[in-house]
Design a binder for this molecule. Structure first.
Ligand code: SAH
Length: 226
């Protein structure tokens, strides 16, 4: 699908554009990225998705605190996970762990619709606001427990989980369309997890490990985190 070249939005300044270009160039030195993914990273104003007090750090390649003990993911990790989904433009994507809304905005540039679910209501509200401000109208933010997914809106062409469960949640594999891709950091709540790409074929799944990552835990809605 033809897409317009990314244009700096009204929220940008020459400085934010330059910093973002620098960040994306650095990510491209380490990661091989599809041009569409590069365009998406170049176009989404990450600074809009981080708290005002730390906006000057928005284009460092690191995670940042967004309140409630949660973080916006490192841009390189957002790039890797987005690349792994191989989006072409016509997909509906489920994201678990809206957080700041930044990953959802990147996905929104690359697919038809994003359904994203966040367990902490205040973060969901702030993310919805940031997505609105930045003009991403094909993203819907839901408050709820991502372990259940959104069965009434599935199946999804792709699923991205941006908090770490100890194992891949079976409900989310069930909501993945045949031929679809799911990317998830799997592992212990504290420490290092493995980024896993799951493909669904004829009811079965194949797993591919993409490398070590560090995410906040995916918590259960019906009990406090361990
Ligand atoms: N994708 C985010 C990164 C979010 S960090 C971004 O771009 O900023 C992970 C988020 O997952 C946190 O906001 C956390 O509250 C949320 N989370 C943890 N467990 C969850 C669950 N069971 N369901 C939905 N969201 C969950």
């Amino acid at each position: 699908m033809e897409r317009p070249a990314p244009e700096p939005g009204p929220l940008d300044t020459p400085a934010t554009i330059a910093e973002r270009q620098h960040l994306v160039r650095n990510i491209q030195r380490r990661e091989s990225l599809h041009p569409r993914v590069v365009d998406a990273l170049l176009s989404v104003p990450r600074h809009v998705f981080v708290p005002l007090s730390i906006r000057h750090l928005a284009y460092e390649d690191g995670p940042l605190p967004i309140g409630e003990g949660q973080t916006i993911s490192q841009p390189t990790v957002v790039a890797m996970m987005t690349e792994a989904l191989e989006l072409r433009g016509d997909e509906t994507v489920l994201e678990v762990g809206t957080g700041s809304g930044y990953q959802a905005a990147v996905l929104a540039r690359l697919c038809k619709r994003v359904e994203t679910i966040e367990i902490i209501p205040s973060l969901a509200a702030a993310a919805g606001q940031a997505l609105e401000t930045a003009g991403y109208h094909n993203v819907r933010v839901h408050v709820g427990d991502g372990y259940a997914g959104l069965p009434e809106l599935g199946p999804f062409d792709a699923v991205i989980i941006t908090a770490a469960p100890p194992e891949i949640p079976s409900a989310l594999i069930a909501q993945l369309r045949e031929g679809g891709r799911l990317v998830v950091p799997v592992g212990p709540q504290h420490g290092v997890q493995e980024l896993v790409l799951v493909r669904k074929h004829e009811g079965g799944i194949t797993r591919q490990e993409l490398g070590a990552v560090r995410f906040v835990p995916m918590v259960r809605g019906n009990r406090p985190p361990d």
